[in-house]
Design a protein around this ligand. Structure first.
Ligand code: SAM
Length: 222
């Protein structure tokens, strides 16, 4: 199993999007706006894994972050992200790398203030999701903050009704990978590496869909 289909899908999505810097830091979703306010307060350097076109990083920049690093499998997403920051110097510094979890090993421990993991951890293969959680906690400084956002957990009836394929156990194929774990599972999965400060439900009116949001701080055991 590899991410070739995932790459092709996201390259196509980002190719169809315009590269536009946001004019205001508010995106009209109060829960998400408040969570980004929390994440960015007192934060200078920020890592976004699965950054796509770096829209979220640009919203952080409008909240005062200075040093931005984005990693994404999609070449088009990364190229749009680099163009967005390159053409808008007021957003601050932006470094963008094309690739997956293997790139996290190259980042030093205790080097970033904040991390964004939006709709990516549950779209990875389970072993990669485990690496993502462990490695981002290592890369964050003591007290470093992270925002993790997950897709909705699907009930068995939804999986059947929508004809979603099962690859293995809770790993589904809905065109992309989807690791369909419930919220209690994620709490336990995160616990060795992160303390949960707060949980929130993010409702997207336009898609009539709920996402699960975790406000986290990295545990530093060493
Ligand atoms: C749902 S989009 C979210 C984009 C962005 N985080 C946001 O919230 O707007 C998922 C992103 O994760 C990226 N992605 C998927 N699998 C990945 C992997 N194995 N490594 C790195 N990025 C990946 C995709 O290319 C895509 O940009």
């Amino acid at each position: 199993m590899d991410y070739e289909t995932v790459k092709a899908y996201w390259n196509q999505v980002f190719s169809a999007e315009q590269i536009l810097a946001p004019r205001t830091k508010g995106i009209g979703n109060e829960t998400l706006d408040n969570a980004l306010d929390w994440l960015c307060e007192g934060v200078e350097s920020i890592l976004d894994f699965g950054c796509g076109n770096a829209l979220t990083l640009s919203l952080c920049a409008l909240r005062g972050t200075k040093k931005h690093m984005g990693i994404d499998l999609s070449r088009t997403g990364i190229s749009h992200a680099a163009q967005l920051f390159g053409e808008n110097p007021s957003l601050g510094d932006g470094t963008f790398w094309e690739g997956g979890v293997e790139l996290l090993f190259t980042l030093p421990s205790n080097s970033m203030d904040g991390a964004i993991l939006f709709n990516v951890a549950d779209n990875l293969l389970p072993a990669d999701a485990a690496l993502l959680v462990k490695e981002t906690a290592r890369i964050l400084k003591p007290g470093g903050k992270a925002l993790l956002k997950l897709n909705p957990h699907l009930a068995a009836e939804q999986i059947a009704a929508w004809n979603i394929k099962t690859i293995d156990d809770d790993l589904l194929d809905d065109g992309l990978f989807f690791w369909n774990k419930d919220t209690q599972f994620w709490r336990t999965f995160l616990a060795p590496y992160y303390e949960i400060v707060r949980e929130a439900d993010v409702y997207y009116e336009e898609h009539d869909q709920h996402n699960r949001l975790f406000l986290l701080t990295a545990r530093k055991t060493i």
